[in-house]
Design a binder for this molecule. Structure first.
Ligand SMILES: [Zn+2]
Length: 139
């Protein structure tokens, strides 16, 4: 399935291919600071991404990078250096019937609780365990 989207100012245009555009939500401190609440993303293979525009890549920790639009500041993606996936900001794309499949750092959600639903809900410790040895993007 082909995804096509853009940042808030439309300077950054993004296209990517995914077999299933599942949504993932992260409540870690860095995602909260960057996005005010949680970061909602769609994981794609980085080789499938076609991107044009003023994208700035920021090394946010020893293991991860985050990209944003240099013009308007919209979050573009999060990715770990140890794999070839990129988690594109779901907000770049129009509303679809995407399904929430995983929620990370639910015990750090700014509202005290995460999203309702039957998806997998992982605490901070469980999130770190899932992504070990390259842990999630915190502190
Ligand atoms: Zn922009």
């Amino acid at each position: 399935m082909k995804l096509g989207g853009q940042c808030m100012c439309a300077a950054v245009q993004v296209a990517a291919t995914t077999s299933r555009p599942d949504l993932r939500v992260c409540h870690c401190e860095m995602c909260r600071r960057q996005n005010s609440f949680a970061f909602v993303s769609i994981q794609v293979d980085q080789d499938s991404i076609e991107m044009n525009g003023p994208v700035t890549v920021f090394k946010s920790s020893d293991w991860a990078q985050r990209a944003f639009c240099k013009t308007c500041g919209s979050t573009i993606w999060y990715g770990m250096q140890s794999d070839t996936h990129r988690n594109l900001s779901a907000g770049l794309f129009g509303k679809t019937d995407d399904v929430l499949v995983q929620e990370y750092f639910v015990d750090e959600c700014i509202l005290g609780a995460g999203f309702d639903g039957a998806h997998q809900k992982l605490t901070r410790d469980e999130t770190f365990a899932l992504f070990a040895p390259s842990t999630g993007d915190t502190e």
